[in-house]
Write a protein that binds this ligand. Structure first.
Ligand SMILES: Cc1cc2nc3c(=O)[nH]c(=O)nc-3n(C[C@H](O)[C@H](O)[C@H](O)COP(=O)(O)OP(=O)(O)OC[C@H]3O[C@@H](n4cnc5c(N)ncnc54)[C@H](O)[C@@H]3O)c2cc1C
Length: 465
């Protein structure tokens, strides 16, 4: 059996890892378009040992997908490089939003939900109770904004959910499906009339027990909030790369696939360097939009479904200053879209992982509003100036940074808009009905975070083999 894996980002590397682990006799070939493996995960270490993360920077340690990642980390021997942020640290407790011209701490403890905390006009518990009286609306899917607005009120939708969606997928909560983050709560409403009835009915439903790895148990006992690695998040794809290279795998860089012939018993991948590769099955870890282009001629219907999952562009500005400048330590802040500012959020990297007297920040811009804000031709200088102007306004930082890096990550985060789950079901149905030897993983289908894409790779391998 020969398998070709398309894409060498975290999900392609993870797919190779699981395939080699469960089917060591398979012939595996991984094709990566660029000159490096790791995809969006890129940690740049500066001369002064400061790390600029261009893409993701932290991983969640709780939940089934997270436990799976922690097992993988242990299996590849990366355990000793993990650096957690504990739940008592300021970076775990202090999550903020910027609204009405100032920073506001979000409720983060049981006692805080009983207090009025600006910009909310009532204690959070009041909004949560609103679910008892909110009318049920029968819908197949809706935006997460509409769902939260109906069940908890406009202030929760505007100040809690909308910025959270900016932070997770740089998206617009008025377009993103409720099933992206709140599938279970949505189903409770649809089934029982309100969320609390659903919660109570399912209180004693035992979820399947998972055998936790040593590292996952440690994360639970030590109450990690999130974690990264000593040399940055890129340590993870690097360690998987080193691990799989010791096995029987062929990895080709500069190997951009330009079209695919996909039949029930065989696949031919055509590369833009003129080479063609035959295989008996394929795992695609590239974005659905890119895959849709490769299948356009032979499978136009599948291509149309894949094309519906669009990704947004994010501008990432990393800045380092030689002194402590933050008015408050914390994870950082998000900006509710209703503020109509060109900033999605600012991460306080040096609060999360302190590094002497330095202040390290990452400003995220654009996302669902990228075209509207920066147009098709955007200038890095302009983006940097805008980021610095807003750091002055929002954090009072007037100093010039010692080091800066601006990156424009084109189409980097898929958007799970209303109808996404149904669209993915149709994609899987097409693959099944046409008996195509193709499995899909990566951030376009079953979750956009690091844990989700690793789990999607494990599932893709199981599905195919
Ligand atoms: C700015 C940003 C911040 C993020 N922050 C977090 C975070 O803090 N925590 C978290 O959990 N997640 C975060 N994420 C999400 C996380 O980074 C992604 O889930 C993950 O990196 C996706 O990996 P992937 O392998 O699926 O895709 P990619 O990284 O996109 O990898 C796909 C690979 O396929 C290659 N490729 C594309 N087309 C072809 C082709 N035709 N032929 C061959 N190869 C091809 C590409 O070159 C690329 O290397 C963030 C994402 C971004 C963009």
């Amino acid at each position: 059996m020969s398998t070709v894996i398309l894409g060498g980002g975290l999900s392609g590397l993870s797919a190779a890892y699981y395939l080699l682990k469960t089917h060591p006799k398979h012939s595996v070939q991984l094709l990566e378009a660029s000159t490096r493996l790791g995809g969006w995960i890129k940690s740049n270490t500066l001369n002064n040992n400061i790390i600029f993360e261009e893409g993701p920077r932290t991983i969640r340690p709780h939940g089934l997908a997270a436990y799976n990642t922690l097992s993988l980390i242990q299996e590849i021997g990366l355990e000793s490089s993990v650096i957690p942020i504990h739940s008592t640290a300021p970076a775990a407790k202090n999550r903020m939003i910027y609204a009405d011209g100032q920073l506001h701490l979000l409720p983060s403890s049981i006692s805080s939900i009983f207090k009025v905390m600006s910009p909310f006009s009532k204690p959070l518990v009041w909004y949560l109770m609103h679910d008892f009286i909110a009318q049920k609306q029968t819908v197949k899917d809706e935006s997460i904004y509409d769902f939260c607005n109906r069940r908890f009120g406009t202030e929760v939708a505007d100040y809690l959910i909308s910025p959270m969606i900016c932070g997770i997928c740089a998206g617009n909560s008025k377009e993103i499906s409720v099933k992206f983050l709140m599938k279970t709560l949505f189903e409770y409403e649809q089934k029982y009339g309100n969320i609390y009835k659903g919660l109570i009915r399912n209180l004693f439903n035992n979820s399947p027990k998972t055998e936790l790895s040593k590292l996952a148990k440690r994360a639970k006992v030590e109450r990690w909030s999130v974690y990264s690695f000593k040399d940055g998040l890129e340590s993870l794809p690097r360690a998987i790369e080193q691990y799989i290279k010791k096995k029987d795998i062929s990895i080709e860089l500069n190997a951009k696939c330009k079209s695919i012939e996909l039949y029930p018993r065989n696949i031919t991948v055509h590369l833009d360097n003129g080479k063609s590769i035959d295989a008996s099955q394929m795992i695609s870890s590239i974005s659905s939009e890119e895959l849709s282009q490769l299948l356009k001629n032979q499978h136009p219907d599948l291509s149309t479904l894949l094309e519906k999952i669009k990704s947004v562009t994010v501008a990432v500005v990393n800045l380092q200053y030689n002194k402590k400048l933050l008015p408050k330590e914390g994870f950082g802040f998000l900006v509710p879209p209703k503020e109509r500012l060109p900033i999605l959020g600012v991460i306080f990297d040096s609060s999360c992982f302190p590094n002497g007297e330095n202040t390290v920040l990452t400003v995220m811009m654009g996302g669902a509003w990228f075209q509207e804000l920066f147009g098709k031709q955007c200038d890095k200088e302009y983006i940097l100036n805008l980021a610095q102007e807003h750091l002055k306004l929002m954090l009072g930082i007037n100093e010039q940074p010692e080091n800066v890096k601006v990156n424009i990550l084109e189409k980097c985060i898929p958007q799970y808009t209303v109808g996404h789950n149904e669209n993915v079901e149709k994609i899987q149905k097409y693959i099944k009905e046409n008996k195509l030897p193709l499995a899909l993983c990566g951030s376009s289908y079953y979750g956009v975070g690091v844990n989700d894409v690793i789990l999607s790779s494990k599932n893709a391998v199981e599905q195919l083999c």
